[in-house]
Design a binder for this molecule. Structure first.
Ligand code: SF4
Length: 189
């Protein structure tokens, strides 16, 4: 797995203050994706032990709510195995921290992935410029969903997910930023 950045004290990509891992690699090619630089799975830097320790240092802090995996797409085939094993390690080491995952894939196609047992909240779906609304909570376009993963998996029919929140449950967030100045998921643009 390769990555572009690790951002800290992030308030824009999930509940509370979070550490965010921005991985390289995405195959969704959404129209007007703001960060196509993240599409190349060979871009960025190798995710090494030092990068992992940088994340763990953040998760040690009591005020950090958890980690968000974004990109790029953490479920790109080049990332899936490493993301799963990192999630497993984080859940074992920091059981009280939450894991959020952004992906261009749809819930119906991925809910059976083994890694979902480690995910608390999933923001799914490709970014649709026609449905863009900068005031949406945690997502960039109306088609995307913010899903409570464990509660959805526990349902008799998990294909109909339980949502973590509505579309507009608080004041509008600040304007999206770019990967270059203070990275925000291209999926939020
Ligand atoms: S918006 Fe997200 S899912 Fe779509 S191409 Fe960009 S990084 Fe990939």
């Amino acid at each position: 797995m390769r990555y572009h950045n690790i951002t800290k004290d992030d308030m824009l990509n999930g509940d509370g203050l979070r550490v965010v891992l921005w991985v390289a690699g995405c195959q969704h090619c959404c129209k007007e994706c703001h960060n196509p630089i993240t599409w190349d799975p060979d871009g960025g830097l190798p995710f090494d032990e030092a990068a992992k320790q940088e994340i763990f240092e953040q998760l040690e802090k009591s005020y950090i709510s958890g980690i968000t995996f974004s990109g790029g797409d953490p479920l790109h085939p080049a990332n899936r195995a490493d993301v799963r094993s990192l999630m497993e390690e984080i859940k074992a080491k920091y059981p009280n921290k939450t894991i959020w995952l952004y992906t261009g894939d749809s819930w119906e196609d991925i809910y059976q992935y083994p890694m979902m047992k480690f995910v608390d909240v999933l923001v799914d779906g490709e970014f649709h410029i026609e449905e863009r609304d900068p005031q949406l909570l945690w997502k960039g376009s109306k088609n995307q969903r913010v899903i409570k993963v464990q509660e959805s998996l526990a349902k008799e029919d998990p294909t109909i997910p339980i949502l973590h929140c509505g579309d507009y449950t608080r004041e509008p967030m600040t304007a999206p930023q770019t990967l270059q100045d203070a990275p925000v998921s291209s999926c939020l643009l």
